[in-house]
Design a protein around this ligand. Structure first.
Ligand code: ATP
Ligand code: MG
Length: 753
C-alpha cells in the first residue's frame, strides 16, 4: 500500500480513495478531516495523474493552506506549488485579477482592507450630512458586508430594505443610499473590499457564462475545508464551479460552526445534501488528537446544544489527566497563575514553549496574561493583534504603491496627497473628491487640471504630485516590484522624512518601512514565482491575516490568540482563560438561544484544540472598559461533566475566595505568590494600598520623569526615568509601597496625579 494510505483508518482511506463525485465529510474535531483532504489531493496528483493546476482547495487561513501544501509536497514534490490552494478570498482575488475586466475593474484593482472601507464610509456619511452617531462606520460597514455575503446588491437593498430583516427601513433609512454611494465609489476607485472579492466572483460567473465555463473546465476537483463556516455567497460560487464535473468534496463539523455572526450558514451543510442527491457521505468518529478526558469533556459540552447533527466522537488515546480549573481573584492573578503553571509544566515535562497555547474570547484579554508571561521570562507571541500591515507608516507606503499602480484609488489618494506635507489641505482634498463626483469623472482627471476647483495656492503642489505619480507609474513597467517600491519610497520623500525623525518612534517606523521593502525583495526573489510585479505583491499582502504573519525567527514561543483564530489548530497544552459570565459567553453576542449555542460551539472548538492537557480559568474580578468589575464563573463551566474536571490543587484555598476587595483576598494573593515563589516573579512588597473601584487610566503619551502617578495595584509613585529605546515606551517608577518597577506604557494602567 502507498505509504500515505497506511497512516489512515478505514473510513479516512475511503474518503481519500473515492475521489470522484460529490462527497461530504462531516465529522468531529480532531478526527482527521484536514488530513483526509490533504491526502486526497496528494492521491489525485500521485496516483490519478491529475494536474495540480486543475485542483482547487479552499482553506480557512493562508497558513492552513501553506501547511497543507508542505505536506502534499512531501508526497508529490514541487508540483504541489501549482495547486490553486488558499483562502476563498485569495483564490478568488486571483481569478478576479485575471477576469475583473469583464466587470469593468482594472486587472490591478486595489483591495481595500476594513480600515480603508470604514474611512471611505466615514467620508460618505460626512458628505451626505448624516449623523455619524447613527450611521457609525462600523455599523454601516457590517450591514453592507452582511448584504454582500447574502448576495444582495445595493439596488436590491434600496428597493427591498426589509430583505435585511433589520432596522434599515426605520432607524437608518439612508443605509441603502450609503451602500449605493460606497459601492459606486469603490468601483470608480478600481477597488474591491474583502466582501467584493466574493460578491464579484459570483457576479462574474453569473453574468459571464463563458468565463464560468472556462473555470468549470479548469477545476476538475474542488475541495473545501471548514465547510461549516462558509457563507451563502461562497457556497454558490463553489457549487457553480463544480457544476460540470461534480467533483466536489467538502469537510467540516457542524459543532464547530463559529462564524454565523459574519453570515456563515450552517444550513449549507443541509443544502449540500439536498443539492447533491447522489452524495457520498463519510463519517469519522475516532479522534486522534486528544486524551479521553478531553474528548469526553468536549462531548459533554456540545451535548447541551439542541441544534446539532448526531455524532459519537471517541478516542483510543490514553485517558490522560483531568481537566484542571484555575480560580483567580483578579485578571492579573489569573495571568500569574497561568504563567506559573506553564513555567512548572514545561520544567516538569521538558516541554517547549511552543507546546502551549492560551486562548481567550476577546483580544483585549491578552494584556494581563502578557504582563505575567513577561515577568516570568516566558517567550510568547500574540497572533492576530495589530498586524504589521496595519501600522501607519506601512499603510502609507503601501498607499503610494497602490496609487502608483491604480490612480483611481480614492482611499490611497486621501492618504498620500499631503504626505509628506506639501501644502495640500483637507478642504482642497474634499473639493477634488466632490468635483470628481459632481462631474462623474475620476479624481485623477481632476488632479490633472485642478485649477477650476481648488484655490490657486494648491495648484503648483498638485502639479508636482501628478508629475511624481506619472514617473512612478512608468517605473512600474520597467522594474520588478522591489526596484519600483524602493524608487517610490525614496522618490516620494517618505523614507527621508522617517529617516530625519530621530526619535525612537521615528527610528522604529523607518525600520518598519525597510522591513516592508525586505518583504518585497523576498517576494521577488522567490524562485518559481510566475508574477513578480508590484500588483501581484500588493494582492498578496492585502490578504495577509494576523494568523499568517507568523514568520518569527524563534518559533519556540507560547501562542496567545482568540478562539476564533485557533480553529483547525492543535497544541499539547491549552489554557482557556476568562471563563466568566458576560465575557464567555460574550454579553455582546448573547440575545437568543442561537447566539448562546454559537458561543457554546466556540467553547467546544477551544476545548478540542488540546492534545494532552487542558486548563480552564476564571477570575473573580477584572478590568473591563477601564473599570474593575466583579465577575461570576461562566455557565459553560457547569456544562462540563464534573467527572472530567477538578479544581487545580496547586493553588488550593482559593475556592472560597470572597470578593477581591477584602483583606482576605489580598492575603490570599500574597499566599499564592508564596506558593509559586520558586518561579522568578517580580518581588512585590505586601500592598497596603487599596485599589480604587473607579480607577480610570490617563493618557500617558506625555509622561515624564518627576511626574506622580497612581497604579491600580502598586499604588502611588513617582516616575524616575523614561526609557524610549525599545519599540514600546517604558517608565521606571518608584512606588511608595511596592518599590521600583519598570512598566511598559502600552500595558500599564497609570493615572497621572
Ligand atoms: P478539526 O476539526 O480541529 O479541524 P480535523 O478533523 O481536521 O480537526 P486533523 O487536524 O486532520 O483533524 O487531525 C487531528 C490530528 O490527528 C492531527 O494531528 C492528525 O495528524 C492526527 N490524525 C488524524 N488521523 C490520523 C490517523 N489515522 N492516524 C494517526 N494520526 C491521525
Ligand atoms: Mg481540520
Amino acid at each position: 500500500m502507498l505509504e500515505y494510505l497506511e497512516s489512515l483508518n478505514e473510513p479516512q482511506r475511503q474518503g481519500v480513495l473515492n475521489t470522484d463525485g460529490p462527497c461530504m465529510l462531516i465529522a468531529g474535531a480532531g478526527s482527521g478531516k484536514t488530513r483526509v483532504l490533504t491526502y486526497r489531493i496528494a492521491h489525485l496528483i500521485q496516483s490519478k495523474n491529475v494536474d495540480p493546476f486543475n485542483i482547487m482547495a479552499l482553506t480557512f487561513t493562508n497558513k492552513a493552506a501553506r501547511e497543507m501544501r508542505e505536506r502534499i509536497e512531501k508526497v508529490v514534490g514541487h508540483e504541489a506549488r501549482n495547486l490553486w490552494m488558499g483562502t476563498f478570498h485569495s483564490v478568488f482575488a486571483r481569478i478576479l485579477r485575471a477576469e475583473g475586466h469583464h466587470l469593468g475593474y482594472p486587472n490591478d484593482f486595489t483591495i481595500y482592507d476594513t480600515d480603508d472601507s470604514k474611512s471611505l464610509i466615514r467620508s460618505i456619511v460626512k458628505e451626505q450630512g448624516l449623523d455619524d452617531n447613527i450611521y457609525k462606520a462600523n455599523t454601516v460597514y457590517n450591514r453592507i458586508s452582511a448584504a454582500k455575503n447574502r448576495l444582495i446588491s445595493w439596488s436590491e437593498y434600496l428597493t427591498n430594505a426589509e430583505l435585511m430583516g433589520d432596522d434599515a427601513a426605520n432607524m437608518r433609512p439612508e443605509m441603502g443610499k450609503i451602500y449605493k454611494i460606497y459601492a459606486t465609489r469603490c468601483f470608480k476607485s478600481g477597488a474591491m473590499d474583502f466582501d467584493d472579492l466574493l460578491f464579484n466572483t459570483d457576479k462574474l460567473f453569473k453574468e459571464h457564462l463563458e468565463v464560468l465555463n472556462k473555470y468549470q473546465h479548469r477545476f476538475h476537483y474542488v475541495m473545501v475545508d471548514e465547510f461549516q463556516d462558509t457563507n451563502l455567497c461562497q457556497y454558490f460560487i463553489i457549487r457553480k464551479l463544480a457544476a460540470v464535473r461534480q467533483n466536489i468534496c467538502v469537510v467540516g463539523d457542524d459543532a464547530q460552526s463559529i462564524y454565523a455572526f459574519r453570515g456563515a450558514d450552517i444550513t449549507n451543510i443541509l443544502n449540500f445534501e439536498r443539492d447533491y442527491p447522489d452524495l457520498k457521505v463519510y463519517k469519522l468518529e475516532q479522534n486522534y488528537r486528544s486524551t479521553q478526558n478531553i474528548v469526553n469533556a468536549a462531548n459533554s459540552v456540545i451535548k447541551r446544544n439542541r441544534a446539532q447533527l448526531p455524532k459519537n466522537v471517541w478516542t483510543q488515546n490514553e485517558e490522560g489527566n483531568l481537566i484542571e480549573l484555575i480560580k483567580a481573584v483578579s485578571d492579573n492573578e489569573e495571568g500569574r497563575l497561568v504563567a506559573s503553571s506553564i513555567f512548572e509544566e514545561r520544567m516538569q515535562h521538558q516541554l517547549k514553549f511552543s507546546d502551549f497555547a492560551i486562548l481567550y474570547r476577546t483580544n483585549s484579554q491578552s494584556r494581563a496574561i502578557e504582563e505575567s508571561l513577561r515577568r516570568m521570562n516566558i517567550k510568547y507571541k500574540v497572533i492576530g493583534g495589530l498586524s504589521f500591515y496595519q501600522r501607519k507608516e506601512i499603510k502609507d507606503l503601501l498607499a503610494y504603491l497602490r496609487f502608483s499602480l491604480n490612480q483611481q484609488d480614492e482611499a490611497s489618494f486621501r492618504r498620500i496627497i499631503n504626505l509628506p506635507k506639501r501644502g495640500i489641505g483637507d478642504s482642497t482634498v474634499d473639493k477634488i473628491v466632490v468635483a470628481a463626483n459632481d462631474h462623474g469623472t475620476s479624481i485623477w482627471e481632476i488632479l490633472q487640471n485642478p485649477s477650476p476647483f481648488v484655490g490657486g495656492r494648491a495648484a503648483a503642489p498638485i502639479e508636482d504630485f501628478v508629475a511624481m505619480i506619472k514617473r512612478f507609474s512608468m517605473e512600474l513597467g520597467r522594474k520588478d516590484a522591489y526596484e519600483a517600491a524602493f524608487e517610490i519610497a525614496k522618490g516620494s520623500g517618505l523614507l527621508r522624512e522617517l529617516y530625519e525623525d530621530k526619535t525612537v518612534e521615528g527610528l522604529s517606523r523607518y525600520e518598519n518601512v525597510q522591513e516592508l521593502l525586505n518583504a518585497i525583495k523576498e517576494f521577488t526573489d522567490t524562485p518559481d514565482r510566475e508574477d513578480r510585479s508590484l500588483g501581484a505583491f500588493l494582492q498578496e499582502v492585502s490578504l495577509v491575516t494576523g494568523q499568517d504573519e507568523d514568520k518569527d525567527k524563534d518559533p519556540d514561543k507560547v501562542t496567545l490568540m482568540t478562539i476564533h483564530m485557533a480553529k483547525g489548530l492543535e497544541f499539547k497544552y491549552v489554557y482557556i482563560v476568562g471563563l466568566e459570565e458576560d465575557l464567555f459567553p460574550s454579553q455582546m453576542m448573547l440575545s437568543s438561544r442561537a447566539d448562546l449555542e454559537e458561543e457554546r460551539r466556540l467553547f467546544y472548538v477551544a476545548i478540542t484544540r488540546a492534545e494532552k492537557r487542558l486548563y480552564l480559568s476564571y477570575a473573580l474580578s477584572r478590568y473591563r472598559f477601564g473599570r474593575l468589575k466583579n465577575c461570576e464563573p461562566s455557565r459553560f463551566l457547569d456544562d462540563v461533566d464534573q467527572r472530567f474536571i477538578k479544581v487545580s490543587s496547586k493553588y488550593a484555598g482559593i475556592e472560597s475566595a470572597p470578593p477581591p476587595s477584602s483583606q482576605y483576598a489580598k492575603n490570599l494573593v500574597n499566599g499564592i505568590k508564596k506558593t509559586i515563589s520558586s518561579a522568578p516573579v517580580a518581588k512585590a512588597k505586601p500592598a497596603a494600598y487599596t485599589p480604587p473601584a473607579d480607577f480610570i487610566p490617563s493618557d500617558t503619551s506625555a509622561l515624564q520623569a518627576g511626574m506622580k502617578v497612581e497604579h491600580p495595584k502598586f499604588g502611588f509613585g513617582t516616575v524616575v526615568l523614561m526609557d524610549m529605546s525599545g519599540a514600546d515606551k517604558k517608565a521606571k517608577i518608584n512606588f511608595n509601597e511596592a518599590g521600583e518597577k519598570t512598566l511598559l506604557l502600552s500595558f500599564a494602567k497609570l493615572r497621572i496625579v
